[in-house]
Design a protein around this ligand. Structure first.
Ligand code: BYC
Ligand code: FE
Ligand code: FE
Length: 474
């Protein structure tokens, strides 16, 4: 049944018959997808201490209670409207923001919304097996919190498709449940969302680096002239910060524990002997998920990006912080690229065509702060090791560096060297087998943590660390 009680919302669902009808058809399919493709093994007998958004004001969006996963109330929320909001960039700068989709931009807007929407269920699919190998009840709960919120982000995009794109939108909403992460015939649209997430190290690196692409893309979409898209994505960003918190602190806690284990074992290099995760394997996971997430920003030179900006569909992250005319009809960007022979070269690109790269610049800086913090932690233990973000040419499959080989410092190398040294730089089969052996026995006891990860500094919602975050039904 579609009701405002079951579906918390601030879009007047109870009086919107058209939306109700569309959702009545879509919601059972969504629930079926969630049961089949969502968290495995925790749907029927477990209750999870989760936050549910019940309104957009600061009190309402963090309502905590125990719920069974399929009973989660996925809501539809838009950030509060801004009075007399004006378009902030592109050729329509200064005009009133759009409350409806202009016919001439229907296709590109639909495509942006579908692309965004496709990533949300994809990430749930990628993470569906992790519950059974969790390092603690606290982490298990955080995994499910991220999963239900990505499920809500799917709802957010489906709301836009149902409300503003008619028949086409309804078809697209169905297809969002039909494509599947990693599926050979019907894969997810963007490559990072087809890569398997089999270990908790992958999960933390994914939420640190790939959810952060969520942040940069959502910031850009929240500048959109299409006001409902802007408001929807603005509210999604409030949830996104928790996902990055999970990744950032998850990696930080593994690093902390590794340093402790190294100290305990007399600074031996081989922390695997005492069941820890060595720092180089963490670096390889950073290399992997960071480079995949660089690809998610699209080609360096992109006419799609230029059109999005010119027409006001998608802006830059924090558009108002840019000190220029926000029209960019004239500027150029000096792009680090390669010439026809694959040699490094600098290329002048019209600014509008370089906006994927501009957003990538923003993203790289946003990632760096985490790396710096972890390095300080390692140094405070007296250990001589530094994490680094790989060069942006490393391991790229989209854009000008695709098909060429670079080491993590950005030096061009031969294919032979790439093949020979691949396992130095990216997670290897041996790494994966080791990580899987570490997590083979899940930790479900209250307040206990797997040997390879330190406890968090504090619990969720001011609950103690040994709180029963996931309980089986009485
Ligand atoms: N994989 O002109 P270009 C999140 C395609 S994450 C495969 O450079 P454009 C989340 C591209 O479609 C944020 N294909 O592309 C995180 C194009 O195809 P056509 C998700 C790719 O359009 C964690 C061609 O290559 N949101 O929320 O400028 C958990 C030429 O490329 C890829 C968005 O992405 C790729 N990586 O930029 C849960 C925002 N990259 O035209 C959730 C919406 C490019 O030749 N999407 N291609 O058929 C966009 O803004 C743009 O679609 C992109 C691509 C930035 C992704
Ligand atoms: Fe999301
Ligand atoms: Fe997210």
């Amino acid at each position: 049944m579609i009701s405002s009680e079951r579906i918390p919302n601030n879009v007047n669902l109870s009086s919107d018959k058209r939306l109700q009808r569309a959702l009545e058809y879509w919601q059972p399919k969504d629930l079926q997808w969630w049961r089949e493709m969502g968290p495995q093994g925790f749907q029927d007998y477990h209750q999870v201490y989760l936050r549910t958004a019940t309104s957009v004001d600061p009190k309402g969006w963090a309502h905590f209670e125990y719920v069974k996963l399929p009973d989660y109330r996925w809501g539809i929320f838009l950030a509060e409207p801004e009075h007399d909001r004006r378009i902030g960039f592109g050729q329509f700068k200064g005009q009133a923001a759009w409350q409806e989709v202009p016919g001439e931009f229907r296709n590109p807007l639909r495509r942006l919304i579908v692309t965004q929407g496709d990533t949300e269920p994809a990430s749930v699919e990628q993470q569906r097996m992790l519950g059974a190998c969790c390092p603690s009840m606290y982490d298990l709960r955080n995994l499910f919190q991220v999963n239900v919120e990505e499920g809500r982000h799917l709802w957010a995009m489906v709301y836009l498709l149902h409300s503003y794109f008619g028949r086409d939108g309804r078809d697209e909403a169905e297809e969002l449940l039909e494509r599947q992460s990693g599926n050979h015939d019907k894969p997810r649209m963007l490559e990072a969302f087809n890569a398997p997430i089999e270990t908790w190290l992958d999960f933390f690196a994914f939420t640190m680096f790939t959810d952060r692409d969520g942040k940069s893309q959502l910031l850009s979409l929240s500048e959109s002239s299409l006001d409902p898209l802007s408001r929807t994505t603005r509210f999604m960003l409030t949830e996104e910060s928790h996902h990055m918190f999970v990744g950032d602190t998850g990696l930080g806690r593994i690093i902390e524990r590794t340093c402790e284990l190294m100290k305990e074992s007399g600074f031996s290099e081989d922390v695997r002997k005492v069941g820890g995760i060595d720092l180089p394997v963490i670096q390889r996971h950073i290399n992997f998920w960071f480079s995949l997430s660089l690809d998610l920003h699209g080609g360096e030179v992109s006419s799609n990006a230029a059109n999005y900006f010119t027409n006001g569909l998608k802006g830059r992250a924090e558009e108002d912080k840019h000190q220029d005319d926000h029209i960019l009809a004239e500027g150029v960007y000096m792009l680090d690229s390669v010439d026809e022979d694959g040699r490094p070269s600098r290329q002048e690109v019209p600014m509008r065509n370089a906006l994927n790269e501009v957003l990538r610049d923003w993203y790289v800086e946003d990632c760096r702060s985490g790396i710096d913090r972890w390095n300080k932690k390692i140094a405070s233990h007296g250990i001589d090791f530094c994490f680094e973000l790989p060069d942006r040419k490393f391991h790229r499959d989209i854009g000008v560096f695709k098909g060429l080989y670079f080491d993590p410092s950005g030096h061009r190398i031969s294919e032979e060297e790439w093949v020979r040294r691949h396992d130095e730089w990216l997670p290897s089969a041996v790494d994966k087998a080791y990580l899987k052996s570490l997590q083979a026995k899940p930790v479900f006891e209250r307040g206990k943590f797997a040997n390879y990860i330190a406890p968090p500094l504090r619990g969720v919602n001011q609950r103690p660390i040994d709180f029963e975050y996931v309980r089986t039904e009485a």
